[in-house]
Design a protein around this ligand. Structure first.
Ligand code: ASP
Length: 344
């Protein structure tokens, strides 16, 4: 168990796995009442890159966001509401690269992408390149609930959000010195290296409610120093987000271009639906091979229809937390650069 993993719970049925796909084992579970997993971004960061204070701050934020989702689910609320509530909270938390604290584009502005999917109806909603709205995830929710379309971008997304009176937020609200300094560093580096490689902090949530309904959502500022108009995987249903009651709910984080090229979220679903793979096998194959073998990095949080939670990443770190009536936990790092798999 990595040092930084925090676990609670008395009847914890879980196997937390060290590293690498070979050592992962899955404990058979009876169907769970409810389950939730969240992430706060993935990247090539290890324990040595975060001070104790920073680790404590991430732990507190993840714990608080998780608790919001737990409240909804343990009281019999809908998974899609749990996902929205959790992500709204993380969008307001400047530690993460979503909403407040988001990264800057190469032009020095903040643009937001978000998506949400409901596994019961297989409906979904997404926005890309939106600016000036405090909660992009809620705009995506309105697209899902109240529009005949599933995806709005730029100007149209802005008009749509305005027509639903979504809460506005100023540039000052979204601005943080930390994110701006990252932008300035990338700008200085840009001639010599790939400025895009500096990434982490997208937020996401997957949930299963007491009625057996799955949901997923993802929200991000994208990648630091991304080019004008660049859209990543987070708002793309099938790449960064997926939910289908027959199989699983997935939210991804990492190098978006690779997640799009591999269609990671839908690939996990398709492996389960058409190949009868378990969630953890499907998530491993997709993250380590379909996406990872091309050179991408990052991970997913996912839940299947019986409440098994699989957290898989091939990057050194992924901020993540999970909970079910069997127990809860938080982790940030993997033990090797090869990646981590955890099945709960
Ligand atoms: N996947 C996001 C994107 O490519 C970034 C991240 O998850 O860190 O926009």
């Amino acid at each position: 168990m990595q040092k930084t993993t925090v676990l609670w719970g008395v009847t914890f049925l879980v196997i937390v796995i060290g590293c690498g796909p070979q050592v992962a084992k899955e404990t058979p579970l009876n169907s769970r009442d409810w389950a939730i997993a969240i992430h706060g971004g993935a990247g090539q960061f290890g324990e040595e890159d975060l001070s104790e204070e920073q680790q404590a701050a991430y732990t507190a934020s993840l714990q608080e966001a998780l608790a919001r989702g737990e409240n909804v689910l343990s009281e019999g609320g809908r998974s899609v509401d749990a996902v929205e509530v959790v992500i709204r909270m993380m969008e307001d938390d400047s530690l993460f690269n979503a909403g407040r604290g988001a990264v800057f584009t190469a032009e020095g502005i903040q643009e937001f992408d978000a998506s949400i999917a409901d596994g019961r109806s297989r409906n979904c909603g997404a926005v890309a390149g939106i600016r000036g709205f405090r909660h992009p995830i809620s705009v995506a929710r309105s697209v899902m609930d109240s529009s005949e379309h599933v995806f709005f971008s730029g100007h149209g997304a802005h008009e749509f959000a305005t027509s639903f009176a979504h809460e506005r937020a100023s540039d000052e609200w979204f601005f943080t010195t930390k994110a701006y300094n990252r932008y300035l560093r990338a700008k200085r580096r840009v001639a010599s290296e790939n400025a895009l490689e500096d990434k982490k902090g997208t937020v996401g949530c997957v949930a299963l409610d007491r009625n057996g309904n799955l949901a997923a959502g993802t929200s991000t500022g994208g990648m630091n120093y991304k080019k004008n108009g660049r859209i990543g995987d987070s708002p793309i249903i099938g790449a960064g987000t997926w939910a289908d009651n027959r199989t699983c709910a997935v939210s991804a984080t990492g190098w978006g271009e690779y997640f799009i090229r591999a269609g990671v979220a839908q690939d996990i679903h398709a492996r389960m639906l058409h190949g009868s793979e378990t969630l953890s096998d499907a998530a491993r194959s997709s993250v380590f091979h379909e996406m990872g073998d091309m050179g991408g990095d990052g991970g997913v949080v996912s839940i299947d229809a019986s409440g098994v939670i699989a957290l898989v990443c091939n990057s050194a770190g992924m901020f993540r937390a999970w909970s079910s009536p069997d127990g809860r936990g938080i982790a940030m790092f993997g033990e090797t650069l090869e990646g981590t798999v955890e099945v709960h």
